[in-house]
Design a protein around this ligand. Structure first.
Ligand SMILES: [Zn+2]
Length: 234
């Protein structure tokens, strides 16, 4: 087996699920009784901004009551101890990777705890509600929206992700189906580059066929075991 120096990890909803954070998928296509089209698209926001702002105010408040789990902590330990390159690309918009202590995290779908000013394009850390249209800390305009990538919008920093993949010796996907683009593109890209691919997931997914190896089980069990293995063999 070739020596592993650079690792790219993709994390998804399955990592945060055991911290009590659900998604529209786990909730059967509804989020707090709302349709995805109404609360997670630019069109929905244009149609009813109050509904969307209230919805994200609720999600933003909720994640601040959740705690990182053993999977987040194991990845933070890997981040701290791994001497090679490491990038944790997450589809999650919570801050549990960071609260566990991870530093090399890229939020491709944005972050609940940021507000994005559509007037000046500045992103500001944000923990409070947005429903009352507070002014942007940078420009003073009341034009803040959740800094979350909605359906139909472009995920963030795709160039950085592909650049990291090109240098990677291992691609690991954790708690994500791997069947939905652009995540599906990462594993296929890794395969095209001849990079070994590993999936850690609760159950076999549509994307499993693309991985060299799949391990099935809860993230809080699989991830600490895998991190022990990687650090032990390093
Ligand atoms: Zn602004």
């Amino acid at each position: 087996m070739p020596i592993i120096k650079n690792i790219v990890i993709l994390t998804g909803a399955g990592v945060s699920a055991e911290s009590g954070i659900d998604t529209f998928r786990s909730a059967g296509g509804l989020w707090e009784q709302h349709r995805v089209e109404d609360v997670a698209t630019p069109e929905g926001f244009a149609r009813d901004p109050d509904l969307v702002l209230r919805f994200y105010d609720m999600r933003r408040a909720a994640i601040q009551t959740k705690e990182p789990n053993a999977a987040h902590r194991a990845l933070a330990r890997l981040d701290a101890e791994w001497s090679g390159e490491l990038l944790i690309v997450t589809q999650n918009v919570d801050d549990l990777h960071e609260r566990a202590g991870a530093r090399r995290v890229l939020h491709m779908h944005g972050e609940h705890l940021n507000a994005w000013c559509t007037a000046c394009d500045v992103r500001s850390p944000w923990t409070a509600p947005l429903i009352d249209r507070p002014p942007c800390p940078a420009c003073g305009t009341s034009a803040l929206r959740p800094d979350v990538v909605w359906f139909g919008e472009m995920p963030y920093r795709m160039d950085d992700i592909y650049a990291a993949l090109r240098e990677a010796d291992l691609f690991v996907s954790i708690g994500t189906s791997g069947a939905v683009y652009p995540a599906a593109g990462f594993v296929r890209g890794a395969r095209d580059l001849g990079i070994p691919t590993l999936e850690l997931n609760l159950e076999r997914s549509q994307g499993s066929a693309w991985f060299d190896q799949t391990r099935l089980g809860p993230a809080t069990e699989l991830v600490p075991a895998w991190v022990d293995e990687v650090l032990g063999g390093a």
